[in-house]
Design a protein around this ligand. Sequence first.
Ligand code: GLC
Length: 512
Amino acid sequence: MSVPDTWWRHAVTYEIYLRSYADTDGDGLGDLAGARVRLPYLRDLGVDAVWVTPFYPTSDHDAGYDVIDHRAVDPRMGTLSDVDDLVADAHRLGLRVVVDLVLNHVSSAHPWFRAARLAGPGSPERSRFHVRPGRGPGRERAPNGWQSIFGGPAWAPFGDGEWYLHMFDVEQPDLNHDHPEVAADAEATLRFWLDRGVDGVRFDAAGAISKDPDYPELPAGWQAGDPAPYSDREPAHDMYRRWARVLAEYPGDRLGCAETWGGPSVLATYLRADELGQAFAMDPLFWPLRAGEWRDGIQTLLAATGQHGRLPTWVHGSHDVRRAASRWGPDGARAVLLLMLALPGAVYLYGGDELGLPEVDLPDEAIRDPVYRRSGGTDRGRDGARVPLPWSESPEPYGFGPPGSTPWLPQPPGWGAYSVLSQSRDPGSPLALTRAALALRPGIWRGQPAEVSWLDTPPNLLAFRRGVDGPSCLVNFTDRAVRWEPYGDAVLLSSTPSQDGLLPPLSAAWMR
Ligand code: GLC
């Protein structure tokens, strides 16, 4: 099956984690004006698109993913005209803009949920949410045993015998998309942002949007990753088909991207011809740095997406996982970057990973992520990957905000050493490597056939070629330097400098 070539099939999209990106007004939170000022930096970095995380009014229980009004802008982040300016500037610079749509749930401060709370059991106001009577004589037990993705029970009591479902935090009630008003509102939100000229949308928590209306218990022996009555259900696909038709009404190949966490066969279902263009491949984030795992995993993802004429969407990092430089180690993160950029498909880079920022171990009292609280402190959550970016070596906040302002998460001492400014002067920096890779990628890999041909290697090396005489990529997952010359004639770029015909341990090279 062939799908017409379009910008998002091969795009490199940079995640602007807005609240940690650039703060122009000094309130400690990044804002739309800050992101706009930094667009030329991203053009020079060489990405094709930016994904901007939520900027909607929020009660801040989940860093902006608890939305009070989906069609408005949080005054701390700016105004609607700041969105328009950001989109216009991005387009002038040749960058596309993807916004985040959080349609699965709302903030508990959303007018619909406030009304539901007040209206009482059995009311029409409550039917916009997943509401059930509790179990037990006093209805004092949750309707079923489902667990929140953030830890603890997925149900919370209204205090009058009825309970509401929240797959994430207790302040993020899940919407019932079987309700016509909820469905109509979601479509209105989608159209609202498309009308303002955004090039695509990321559907947050895409798989969670439909629940089994009988709310059955998980089967005995259920394990994470098995089918569940609250994720990746067929009715969810009907919604994405509907939204795909809306996207298609607009000119210019608007993108729908599913934030999926399922394995290859699950994510591929979002890529059927009448559904979405991209679905995140999250598994690679957790593959160990061994050649066999990567080769088999890559092959499986190419096959699963290829059934629908689509390509994988490789995720190198995000605000939901440990920083790449800490997850894979600094060398591993650079090697995987070159590997992902050499593969067929699209790539998402997390803002700050081009600087090789490490995960930050925050003091307990600084942690805001609800995961920390809901896990009883056993999971420190995701804030360590969300510390505001260092732009310069000047004193704190290192160019993130005006001098003297206090970022919403504390930056560790010495953060300025990672800054854009200091790395811009260092040809061996992660920033310099990312720039070089993004500058070379179109010329080397673009236009190559979507197949990869694996080359024979000794254990723990990974090598493939794209096209018959096309470029090749070698990844050395061993702990010693290896000769690159059996796999290509010349090294075009390597993640660590290669010398005397040797590629150092935990490095990748692009070759012709
Ligand atoms: C998505 C977001 C994550 C958020 C969750 C609930 O997974 O990426 O940050 O906590 O949805 O909205």
